[in-house]
Design a protein. Sequence first.
Length: 455
Amino acid sequence: MLNLKDIKNLLQHNRITEFVKLNKLTPRDIADFTNRYSQWAVKLFQHLDTKSAARAFKFLRRKKQEDIIKSLPEEKAAELLNALQPDDRTAFLSELSGNSVKELLKVLTPELRAETLELLGYAEGSVGRLMTPDYVSIKTNETCQDVLNIIRQRGKATENLNFLFVLDDKGVLIDDINIKDFLVVDPGTTVAQIMDYQFIALKVNDGQSSAIKVFRNNSRFALPVIDDNGILLGVVTLDDVLRLAESDSTREIQKIGGSEALDEPYTTISFFSLVRKRAGWLIILFLGEMLTATAMGHFEGEISKAVVLALFIPLIISSGGNSGSQASSIIIRAMALGEISFRDWWRVIRREVLSGLVLGTILGIVGFLRVFIWQEFHLYDYGVHWIKVAATVFFSLIGVVMWGTMSGSMLPLILKKLGADPAASSAPFVATLVDVTGLIIYFTVAYIIMQGTLL
């Protein structure tokens, strides 16, 4: 079996007699080679047979796909585009500019051009963009032997044969049947005798995220797509949904980290694009942190009277920011998995306030012991009022951590309700918010406890 370096050497030294080995590569091997050795990708696709190239093309990033199609000879590019599965072709073309799409549509056969234009007509981000119109449909009066004959005739042109779809005379979906059910009964058994009239279907205009949820909750390799009248339009397959879920998860994680989604691999994105996508959020977060300086300026008098308070500022605000980041990340992921929604806000806030109280108490005890041990063993002198300093740290940590967990859990739900992306309430954003409010909580607690002594 060829490894990536073997493929490179074969292409680099133009060993034509061995090019036949390239067609034995798996789609993933071809995609990995293309991502690592971009300069040899076009030559590789030139010497792959059309079937192997089409299977691998779907695993490439959009930019790589576009580069390969533009660089291939026109005839080879046309063969590749015509060989792609309808959903893969639509996914590729939907990312291109209007002029590029017009040019590439010209190389498709009339039938595929009409099919592609129909799929492109569905809204971006809809299930319709994911589906393939290639499926095997059957009628209720056909026998199992008839069905097996249909599979032999039409199966090669179909991406997925795990389920067959039963349609009435108007094309309305009335059932889907696993292919194994036709293999374990008498050939004379009719489709109607096997049917149970229970099936799961996606709506063509629903968002693609709904398809992820349905596949996640049901053990299926493919699901039918219907319109509002129940007419079967196509099929969405598991491989497309898995790639969509991976892409969505990647974008979500990048946003949670306080960055725009990169939209392409870290190893291939240009340096300036990488900086641009990270700079915006960093500027926003920096401006937010400036409020921390403003808040500290407001408490300048308290700090000058009790300098010891300044020692614990990093401890207090980082604890609140960390607890808020934890809560935000947990809630965003739970929302992505469909475990909670805005209507669960009261349940969420109760759990997080209680969690914040317990976590804050744990950290408060640690903070109190820190002051006590340092004072007791003469590692630092907090003065005659050290017990009040320790109490301030204790109660401040409880308040700040509770506020952090509550803020971190509520922000994603509120943003979702407002129609914004919950991942925008990323961990750094929550941390910045809690930093500012944490200072207010800290000095308020300090004023209450130390009034008449240090303050």
